[in-house]
Design a binder for this molecule. Structure first.
Ligand code: RB5
Length: 149
């Protein structure tokens, strides 16, 4: 699996833990920045990761900002992206099982690097269950289509 990662200055504290965890799980990590603690705008990085996943250049993504919220809102504007803010392993597993989340979003001011490792592992190793959940994902796609120009 090829996984795109991106963060702002508020999320960068989690980046090393996320990268090493994904690599230990066998993923190829594509780092789209940022690469310092200088203040940057989270939509830039949410968009980069979302476009890389939506275009098929990467299979999935992990994004990080201070709370995980702003960068997830940005990523979810890209058609085809199902990005979930995740704060524990239960949410991480369920968002793959039920939502087939192709990006998860983490908060560097909300969780620790050790918690990020467990969350990324739970999401990466979980399976999408399909079935009744696919009908609901199709409904989400219909909403995207309704509002796309
Ligand atoms: C940046 O200070 C902060 O607003 C950002 O990282 C994120 O928490 C936004 O949702």
């Amino acid at each position: 699996m090829k996984i795109a990662i991106g963060c702002d200055h508020g999320g960068i504290v989690l980046k090393d833990a996320v990268t090493s965890t994904l690599e230990a799980l066998g993923a190829e990590v594509v780092d789209l920045g940022t690469n310092s603690t200088d203040s940057v705008d989270y939509p830039t990085y949410g968009l980069k990761v979302a476009e890389t996943v939506a275009s098929g250049q990467c299979d999935a993504g992990v994004i990080m900002c201070g709370t995980g919220i702003g960068i997830s809102i940005s990523a979810n504007k890209v058609p085809g992206i199902r990005c979930a803010v995740v704060t524990n392993t239960y949410m991480a597993q369920l968002t793959k099982n039920h939502n087939n989340a192709n990006i998860i979003s983490l908060g560097g001011r909300v969780i620790t690097p050790d918690e990020a490792k467990d969350i990324v592992t739970a999401w990466y190793t979980a399976e999408y269950e399909g079935g009744r959940h696919q009908r609901r994902l199709d409904m989400i796609t219909d909403i995207e289509k309704k509002y796309s120009k």
